[in-house]
Ligand binder design. Structure first.
Ligand SMILES: Nc1ncnc2c1ncn2[C@@H]1O[C@H](COP(=O)(O)OP(=O)(O)OP(=O)(O)O)[C@@H](O)[C@H]1O
Ligand SMILES: [Mg+2]
Length: 373
């Protein structure tokens, strides 16, 4: 079925100097963000970092203490939520339980007093896109979680919004269904060309869905980047351990391009580490950037603790002489000799250009690292 979606256009969004306090709690501080029309942004960060507050300010449910919100260049702080052309999808779907699927999707159009024929055509189109046409007469209580989520999205899109805001939309779904829904909803939002902001504290969800990810920490933006750039070039130790898994290795700068690891070897990083000799540093090395090798200069000796198969890869954890845990991930090919617990092995960094260097002490991020494991 060919659909005329070309006239649907997403808003561009600008936040400038946004700050918000609830009494003494500063929820957001100096937020600057520009989102292009049609872009899909993920707001990612630990619990309490200000994600929902930011979404509510964009939606118009909350007036910021400070700063500007612009849609297509025009300020909107004075415009109430129901006049902002916004589609919302919440964690618990928030469907009206006493209304059929059809009437749920029709709700925003009826509130806007659209003629019956237009409502019927639009609802049919939306339910078709969401693959829920066959369920139009059911009540929300007669649907699965994933089906309810599709209806919630159809309802949000029915009013031709300029901006769709999704707050933890998949958290009530089980893990298998989640990935399917992430792919489905991303493709639906992209088909529409609508600008979308999805709030999540699940980094995999942010990586799989977003064009760009905004990482919030304690009310501030730590980094805004594409999923690949966040993963490969994290701006802080916090981000390196919050996005994906990583190994944090302590060391000391010994030369312009060298770091002596507490774990044993001196590592030549092949570039200036931009810190003075004697500076304590933490290196972040991804598990897929470490390989088993032979005893040679630069190799890190470890005692193997365990190997766990994780579907396509297997992850082996070893412990260095300095007591640091190091994870190595490998494609789980048949015939790979399994390292036995208690064995000594030598680990080598495969690509030093993909090692990130930070001055922050590990203690500052250890809490987040525990969360991500
Ligand atoms: N209505 C409120 N009154 C007082 N404090 C609030 C209110 N809403 C949020 N806060 C505080 O503001 C901060 C940010 O809250 P927010 O709900 O934006 O976090 P979040 O990133 O969405 O967290 P989560 O992942 O747990 O949903 C928190 O410290 C929270 O306790
Ligand atoms: Mg929240």
């Amino acid at each position: 079925m060919e659909l005329a979606l070309s006239d649907v256009r997403g808003h561009s969004l600008d936040l400038k100097g946004i700050g918000h306090a609830f009494g003494a709690t500063v929820a957001l501080d100096e937020i600057d963000l520009t989102v292009a029309a049609g872009e899909l942004i993920a707001l990612l960060g630990p619990s309490g970092c200000g994600k929902t507050t930011m979404l509510q300010i964009i939606a118009g449910f909350l007036r910021p203490s400070r700063g500007e919100v612009r849609f297509d260049g025009a300020r909107v702080e004075h415009i109430p939520a129901n006049r902002r052309r916004i589609g919302m999808v919440f964690q618990n779907y928030a469907l009206f339980p006493h209304l059929t699927v059809f009437e749920n999707v029709a709700y925003g159009l009826r509130a806007r007093k659209r003629p019956n024929a237009e409502v019927a055509a639009k609802v049919e189109q939306m339910l078709g896109l969401a693959q829920m046409a066959a369920f139009a007469r059911r009540l929300p209580g007669e649907l699965s979680g994933g089906q309810q989520q599709r209806v919630a999205l159809a309802r949000a899109l029915a009013i031709d919004p300029g901006l769709v805001l999704l707050d933890e939309p998949f958290s009530a779904l089980d893990k298998n269904l989640r990935l399917d829904m992430q792919i489905e909803i991303k493709s639906l939002l992209k088909t529409f060309g609508v600008t979308s902001i999805i709030v999540t504290h699940d980094q995999e969800e942010a990586l799989s869905m977003a064009d760009r990810i905004v990482v919030l920490n304690k009310g501030r933006i730590e980094q805004i980047d594409s999923p690949d750039a966040l993963y490969d070039r994290p701006a802080s130790l916090f981000i390196s351990s919050f996005i994906g898994h990583t190994n944090l290795l302590r060391g000391t700068v010994t030369d312009a391009d060298r770091v002596q690891l507490d774990a044993g070897p001196e590592i030549d990083l092949g570039r200036s580490v931009q810190r003075r000799r004697g500076t304590p540093v933490t290196l972040s090395v991804r598990p897929e950037n470490i390989a088993f090798g032979a005893e040679r200069p630069g190799a890190i000796p470890v005692t193997i603790r365990a190997t766990v198969p994780l579907g396509a890869v297997s992850v082996t954890e070893g412990v260095t002489a300095s007591g640091e845990a190091v994870k190595v991930s490998r494609a789980r090919a048949a015939g790979i000799a399994k390292a036995q617990a208690g064995d000594t092995a030598w680990l080598a960094i495969s690509d030093v250009s993909r090692v990130s260097i930070f001055s922050t002490p590990i203690d500052d991020v250890s809490k987040h690292q525990q969360r991500s494991v």
